[in-house]
Design a protein. Structure first.
Length: 203
């Protein structure tokens, strides 16, 4: 297998350097310096996956296929970022979390535990996704929203502004939960429903 990057020691980490052009739009050119990894297992030599300048991947974390990690994002623990996922700004993905498909994760968001973000979902702001939570399809989570437990958010759902989804709750369709709204237990929120303010929906 032809390698796409080499490494040079930098402190306790390895700085990656491109051995060929990647991405198809001049994003990464041969000779460009990338971000920091702890070991070669952190970043696949295959595909167009890349870790950019200030980003870091360490521990047993893996970035592969065509995923990009940019800005000051950190991927660590046993986390995996793959597919066409893009993780940037100051995002942390850690624990056993998985981020894949066409997801877009940015801002100060944190993805941890066994959480999975996939499909065309986006997570941003100070959102925290943890536990066994799933965010997928076209769902968007931002602000200070928290999704945890075994909760699932999908469809075109929008979760934001201090909202919380927890337990075994499911939010999907065009539903919106915001301004501190909470959906927990075995509750299901779907369709065009809005949960606004300090309103708790328990199932």
């Amino acid at each position: 297998m032809e390698k796409k990057y080499k490494t040079v020691k930098e402190g306790n980490m390895l700085r990656i350097i491109a051995l060929k052009d990647l991405g198809g739009f001049d994003e990464v050119r041969k000779g460009d310096k990338g971000g920091l990894i702890e070991k070669e297992e952190n970043l696949s030599q295959e595909g167009d996956c890349w870790v950019f300048k200030k980003a870091q991947v360490y521990g047993n974390a893996k970035v592969y296929e065509d995923a990009w990690v940019e800005d000051e994002a950190k991927i660590f623990g046993n986390a995996e970022v793959y597919g066409n996922a893009t993780v940037y700004n100051n995002v942390w993905v850690y624990g056993d979390a998985r981020v894949y498909d066409n997801t877009d994760i940015y801002g100060e968001a944190q993805i941890s535990g066994n959480a999975e973000i996939f499909g065309n979902a986006s997570v941003s702001g100070n959102a925290k996704i943890s536990g066994n939570a799933r965010v997928h399809e076209e769902a968007e989570v931002w602000g200070n929203a928290k999704i945890f437990g075994d909760a699932a958010v999908s469809g075109d759902a929008r979760i934001y502004d201090n909202a919380e989804i927890s337990g075994n709750a499911k939010v999907y369709g065009h539903a919106e939960v915001y301004e501190g709204g909470k959906v927990c237990g075995n509750a299901t929120v779907k369709g065009n429903t809005e949960i606004k303010g300090f309103k708790n929906i328990e199932g």
